[in-house]
Design a protein around this ligand. Structure first.
Ligand SMILES: *Cc1c(COP(=O)(O)O)cnc(C)c1O
Length: 385
C-alpha cells in the first residue's frame, strides 16, 4: 500500500551546490553573499523596498514589536486561530494580545469584529493570511487608519500569494515570512521581514545587528560601530541562506506544483462539498493563491477523528492545528478575548489538512483523493459518524 507523508521538505534544485560552494570558498563565511542574493530576489519578486532575512518568522514578528516601540500595557489585535508566534512575539514585550474570532469562509481574522476590540491602548492589528489566503486588507487598513493603528502581516503561509496583483506581505507596514520546514520554501529554520515603509529602514538595520550601527560601519558610513538602541541577533546564517537561495530559485515552480495539487483536490471533492459533507478553502476573487494548505472542514469533531483514522488506515498522513490561542495556558495568562470565539472553536475541532508537497506525484494525489472519497461514499462499519 502507498504510504503518503503529510509533508516532505527536501532539496528541489541547487541546494547542495550552493552549500558546497560556501564550504569550498576561501572567503569569510560571515560575509552575506547568499543572504544578499536572497534579499534581492525577494525584494524584486515581491516588489518591496527592503527585505531582511531573519533566523525565523518568529524573529521577524519580534522585530516588528521592537520597531513599533510596543510597551507593556499596549494591545495588539490578532486572530486566536494562528500559530503561537503571532502572539508570543508581542507578549514578550509585555503587550497584551487581543484575540478576535475568524471568518467562516477564509478562516482569517473577522474584519467585521475588529472594531469592537479596539481600545485606547490598541497599537496594531496582525493580519495572518491563513493558508496563503488574503485577509480583508482594505477593511483592516481603513479601520487601522481611522484609529491610527499599524497593520502587520503575518505572511508566514503566504509567500508568492497575490491579491489584486500585490504580493501578500507588502500591504501592511511590515510583512513577516517564514522559511520553516513546514512552509512552501524552506531552509529548515528561517524567515524574513518585509519593510514597506521607508521610515523603518534605518532602525531595522540596528535592531537586526544587536542594537548596533554595524551595517553602516560595514558600508563605510561611520568609522566605528557602537550600541545605539535595543536589538538582538536577528541575522540568518549564511549556510542557511545558501540553501534558501536554491529554494527561492525554484519557488515559482514549487508553487505551481502545489497549486496543481490543490486544484486536483478541489475538483475531486466538488461533490462532497455540494452534498454538504465538507467545506474546502475558498476561491477568492482577484487572488492568486500559493497552494500552502489544503483543508477539509468536517461537519463535527467526531467525523474528523474518524476521517483521520480512515486516512491513516489507507496510508495517508493527514494533520490538524491549531489549539486556539485564547484557550491555551499562555494565551489565557497573557491575552484577552474580544467577543465570541464560535468559529475559531469549531474550526480547530473540525479542520483536517491533507498532504501537499512539491515532490508529491499524481499517483499519490489520486490515492489521497480516493481515500477521502471512500470515507464518504462507503463509510466503513463501526465508525461513529
Ligand atoms: C510558521 C509560522 C510562524 C513562525 O514561523 P517560524 O519561522 O517557524 O518561526 C508564524 N506565524 C504563522 C502563522 C506560522 O505558520
Amino acid at each position: 500500500m502507498l504510504s503518503i507523508p503529510f509533508n516532505i521538505a527536501a532539496p528541489v534544485g541547487q541546494e547542495r551546490r550552493y552549500v558546497e560552494d560556501l564550504l569550498s570558498a576561501t572567503g569569510d563565511i560571515g560575509e552575506p553573499r547568499y543572504s544578499a542574493l536572497c534579499e534581492q530576489w525577494l525584494e524584486k519578486c515581491l516588489g518591496a523596498p527592503r527585505v531582511l532575512l531573519t533566523p525565523s518568522g518568529t524573529a521577524a514578528l519580534e522585530m516588528t514589536a521592537l520597531l513599533l516601540d510596543l510597551r507593556p500595557g499596549d494591545e495588539v489585535i490578532m486572530p486566536s486561530f494562528t500559530f503561537v508566534s503571532t502572539a508570543n512575539a508581542f507578549a514578550l514585550r509585555g503587550v497584551t494580545p487581543v484575540f478576535v474570532d475568524i471568518r467562516p469562509d477564509t478562516l482569517n481574522i473577522d474584519d467585521a469584529r475588529v472594531a469592537a476590540a479596539v481600545t485606547d491602548r490598541t497599537r496594531a492589528i496582525v493580519a495572518v493570511h491563513y493558508g496563503g489566503d488574503a485577509c480583508a486588507m482594505a477593511a483592516l487598513r481603513a479601520l487601522a487608519q481611522r484609529h491610527r493603528l499599524d497593520v502587520i502581516e503575518d505572511a508566514a503561509h503566504a509567500l508568492l500569494s497575490e491579491f489584486r496583483g500585490r504580493a501578500l506581505g507588502t500591504i501592511g507596514r511590515f510583512g513577516c515570512l517564514s522559511f520553516h520546514s513546514t512552509k512552501n520554501v524552506t531552509c529548515g529554520e528561517g524567515g524574513a521581514l518585509i519593510i514597506n515603509d521607508e521610515r523603518d529602514l534605518a532602525r531595522v538595520e540596528i535592531i537586526r545587528e544587536k542594537g548596533t550601527d554595524r551595517a553602516r560601519f560595514l558600508r563605510g558610513d561611520v568609522q566605528k560601530y557602537s550600541w545605539m538602541d535595543l536589538g538582538s541577533s536577528y541575522c540568518l546564517s549564511e549556510i542557511a541562506a545558501a540553501y534558501l537561495y536554491a529554494q527561492l530559485q525554484e519557488a515559482h515552480a514549487v508553487t505551481e506544483r502545489r497549486r496543481a495539487i490543490c486544484a486536483a483536490y478541489r475538483a475531486s471533492f466538488a461533490s462532497l462539498v455540494a452534498d454538504g459533507h465538507v467545506q474546502i478553502p475558498p476561491q477568492i476573487l482577484q487572488q492568486r493563491e500559493n497552494g500552502h494548505i489544503f483543508y477539509l472542514l468536517t461537519e463535527d469533531a467526531a467525523t474528523r477523528e474518524n476521517l483521520l483514522a480512515h486516512l491513516k488506515a489507507h496510508g495517508v498522513s493527514a494533520s490538524f492545528h491549531y489549539v486556539p490561542l485564547h484557550s491555551s495556558p499562555a494565551g489565557q495568562r497573557f491575552g484577552r478575548v474580544s467577543g465570541q470565539m464560535t468559529v475559531t472553536d469549531r474550526v480547530s475541532q473540525c479542520i483536517l489538512r491533507l498532504p501537499v508537497f512539491a515532490t508529491m506525484t499524481d499517483l499519490q494525489v489520486n490515492h489521497v483523493c480516493a481515500a477521502v472519497r471512500s470515507f464518504y461514499l462507503h463509510p466503513s462499519p463501526g465508525t461513529v459518524s
